[in-house]
Ligand binder design. Structure first.
Ligand code: ADP
Length: 465
């Protein structure tokens, strides 16, 4: 069964506090009890020693003129809750303190026991009598009988002390639990309120409102990060939505242009208005090629997105491959009077998918061609330092700051009208990036509008050598 986070949090908090108090109380109660019993035992022993000493001092059977001061012993017996009896050497009782005060204590103990929900016997212990010899100047002059309740010989004050202790434990547990309850309520509210807001925003996004953002002010790192992640998700979805809409219109336009040309040409042929000359047929053929290229690009992209990027790696000379690709571009570059500068380190042997590397270079070089001004310069380089670096630098139209972060996205074209003129569909760089990543590398771009663009690809040596 699902439970709200606030309830779970409060439950865990209270459980933890309760557990902590329980353990602390049990341990401290046990320790205090142990110390207290030890103290009582010592105290009791001290009392008995004192009685023995007192009687030894006061009782002198050899001197009948010295009468035993039994009031002092009686007072002591009453004060310390003891029964004291003195016998002479023949066993005849000379003094007895009487047991009435002990019976009174027994009654008190029973009352206390009932209050503390304990049996009197466990509280006071059994009634015990002990007999000790009275020795004076090394001579046995009689015996003393001392009676009391249990070894604890617990007094009213002692019981009260224990009672107060237990009461204070109960009170502190109750107060702490009450406080824990209030604090957990406040804390869990503080914790769950921003989460509720974020959930609301996420639900709104699900319903299509991608502009909505959560107004969350929190100092909890995880919640802050969650909020950022949701906002990032919103931004991405918004961007994707924009791209999707643009894709539909772009694709429609991209397909309609060659189709319209083809339609008008073929109609003119059919109506006999135009002779199907070689030149006119070539123009139809070019349009068909354009359509085919578009479909191929879409196919490539679909393959990439389905994650079926299989690399067919082999050992080859990357320097030679780059030079070979540049060679194939030379006639095209000449048409635009572009100067090619090669800065390629010779003899770099790699273990990569050659076709995919060719495709990467093809995309970058055709972009450099498309977006360069007449008579510009394009520099292609290969370096091998800590990493393997390939770069393509042009002095073309450049990319604006706003467009730069998006150029690797699907169907993103920095300047729609100009890109359309150049025949691009905004797919080349998406594919390039995916191919670079598949080889464990990364691609970066630096560009200034009107000045030119630099693409830098880096591969970790261990992945490609
Ligand atoms: P396209 O097929 O439209 O060229 P890409 O994915 O290759 O698609 O590039 C995306 C966009 O990035 C292009 O439409 C273009 O606006 C911009 N771009 C790419 N390379 C360059 C470059 N060398 N100079 C200027 N802009 C470029």
């Amino acid at each position: 069964m699902k439970k709200p986070l606030s309830k779970k949090f409060a439950f865990i908090f209270i459980l933890t506090v309760f557990g902590a108090i329980l353990v602390t109380s049990l341990i401290s109660n046990y320790m205090i009890d142990k110390q207290f019993n030890q103290y009582l035992l010592e105290e009791h022993q001290r009392k008995i020693e004192k009685v023995k000493k007192l009687v030894g001092e006061l009782y002198n059977p050899k001197d009948p003129s010295e009468k035993l001061d039994d009031r002092q012993i009686k007072r002591y017996a009453m004060l310390e809750d003891l029964y004291i009896q003195i016998n002479d050497v023949d066993g005849n009782m000379i003094f007895s303190s009487g047991q009435s005060h002990l019976l009174h204590k027994k009654m008190m103990g029973s009352m206390m026991g009932r209050m503390m929900n304990k049996k009197m016997d466990t509280l006071l212990g059994e009634y015990i009598e002990k007999e000790f010899p009275i020795i004076k100047n090394g001579e046995n002059i009689g015996t003393i009988v001392i009676g009391y309740f249990g070894i604890s010989n617990i007094s009213g004050r002692d019981i009260q002390f224990k009672n107060t202790m237990n009461q204070s434990f109960v009170i502190s547990i109750t107060v702490t639990l009450l406080l824990a309850f209030i604090i957990s309520g406040i804390l869990s509210k503080q914790m769950t309120k921003p989460l509720e807001k974020i959930t609301k925003v996420a639900n709104e996004m699900r319903n299509g409102n991608l502009q909505i953002r959560a107004d969350v002010n929190t100092d909890t790192i995880e919640i802050h990060e969650l909020c950022q992640a949701i906002h990032y998700l919103g931004d991405t979805l918004q961007q994707q939505e924009k791209l999707r809409k643009r894709l539909t219109s772009d694709m429609a336009h991209e397909i309609r242009t060659p189709l319209t040309t083809l339609q008008s040409h073929v109609e003119a042929f059919m109506d006999g208005i135009w002779e199907p000359t070689e030149e006119r047929l070539k123009s139809c053929y070019d349009e068909i090629l354009r359509l085919k290229k578009l479909v191929d690009h879409l196919k490539d992209l679909a393959r990439l997105e389905q994650d079926h990027l299989y690399l067919n790696k082999s050992h080859f000379n990357l320097s030679s491959t780059i030079k070979q690709i540049i060679k194939t571009f030379q006639p095209q570059y000449l048409k635009k009077n572009l100067k090619i500068i090669m800065n390629v380190l010779p003899g770099v042997e790699v273990f990569m998918d050659e076709d995919k590397i060719k495709q990467i270079l093809f995309n970058l070089l055709s972009n450099a061609y498309k977006y360069s001004y007449e008579g510009g310069r394009v520099e292609i380089g290969l370096k091998q330092e800590d990493v393997l670096t390939i770069y393509v630098k042009d002095e073309g139209i450049g990319i604006s700051k706003e467009n730069l972060p998006h150029i690797f996205e699907r169907f993103y074209r920095a300047e729609t009208s100009r890109s359309r003129e150049t025949g691009g569909a905004g797919i080349g760089l998406t594919i390039t990036k995916a191919l670079v990543k598949a080889h464990g590398g990364n691609i970066q771009v630096e560009s200034k509008e009107g000045e030119g663009t630099l693409f830098v690809i880096q591969f970790p040596k261990e992945d490609v050598l």
